[in-house]
Ligand binder design. Sequence first.
Ligand SMILES: NC(=O)c1ccc[n+]([C@@H]2O[C@H](COP(=O)([O-])OP(=O)(O)OC[C@H]3O[C@@H](n4cnc5c(N)ncnc54)[C@H](OP(=O)(O)O)[C@@H]3O)[C@@H](O)[C@H]2O)c1
Length: 331
Amino acid sequence: MSKTIKAIVYERHGNPTEVLQIKTEPWPEPAVDEAIVAMRAAPINPADINAIEGKYPGRREVPAVPGFEGAGVVVEVGANVSTIAKGALVILPHNIGTWREALAVKASELVAVPPEIDPVHAAMLKINPMTAWRLLHDYVDLGRGDWLIQNACNSAAGRAVIQIAHELGYKTVNVVRRAELVDELRAEGGDVVLVDGEKLRDEVKNATGGAAIRLGLNAVGGESALRLANCLAFGGTLVSFGAMSLQPLKIPTGLLIFKDLRFRGIWINKWYDDATMQERMEAFKALFDMARRGLLKTKVEKAYSIDEAQAAVAHAAQSKRSGKIIFEFNA
Ligand SMILES: NC(=O)c1ccc[n+]([C@@H]2O[C@H](COP(=O)([O-])OP(=O)(O)OC[C@H]3O[C@@H](n4cnc5c(N)ncnc54)[C@H](OP(=O)(O)O)[C@@H]3O)[C@@H](O)[C@H]2O)c1
């Protein structure tokens, strides 16, 4: 009997719990420049849900396999592949669909992961920690001791910001919507952790001694984004990268005229598309160095098998989680 794999597939866009199916497909065959990767782990990120719903830019042709990130092991290589060997743990590119047991990928697009990093840890470095890295490098020139502020700081991205900022010597004001997270996030390195609310600006002023905050990172939108913007110093920059509240950003004209704030955005998929392999590897090297020391380890609330796709996506859509929902594949 020929070898097969299971893949999670959607044939139409819609509610993930309704449109996802498990399909059996033939074991992939490598082209001469491809490697076959047996998947080990892949998370369910908010963008994956949006893509299945058809609400994400670059709406994919269906049928499609979801999954913007993940890690696996190279089990076979095409005749012309010399850059990567069988047995290597690799991070997959973002545009290929990682929620399947194995896939054929251009070897030149794989990122080899140092062997000390475990596959689950590796599977979640590419999107959130890399976004955090870019947010802290590409927008405002910060020095050691400078402050930044962010919301949704208990998200995977927010926790990566806390750890990378700590590493770079920047100080963070971290805004959450749940008081029970304050101690945990302080223990992870958050200098100040506050619960979002009407008094945020005064509380930030008190906690930082009135320090100038020149960078704000917004993953929520709506009123929460406005409260962050109100905490920024003259000429400060608010970078938006998520809209978890689904509320638009309403910017009072005064913040532009009297505070000269700048409003920017980042889409990490675009950064990957535009970056050279050297630029990508420079950033990955820094992330791998931290990962080897046990940092940037994205918290996991529950791992599911590929057969439990519906339950997994329903769980991932719940708020107040303690970590990511992931798919783990048999080694
Ligand atoms: N632009 C990019 O390239 C890029 C890259 C990476 C991530 N992102 C975006 O960044 C955001 C975070 O991603 P992630 O993977 O780190 O998320 P995650 O780990 O799944 O966590 C989701 C976070 O959103 C919070 N949240 C959910 N609904 C909220 C609401 N209505 N108001 C305030 N907070 C709310 C949750 O708070 P509770 O724990 O209290 O529920 C939690 O902190 C997402 O919007 C994602 O799409 C964008």
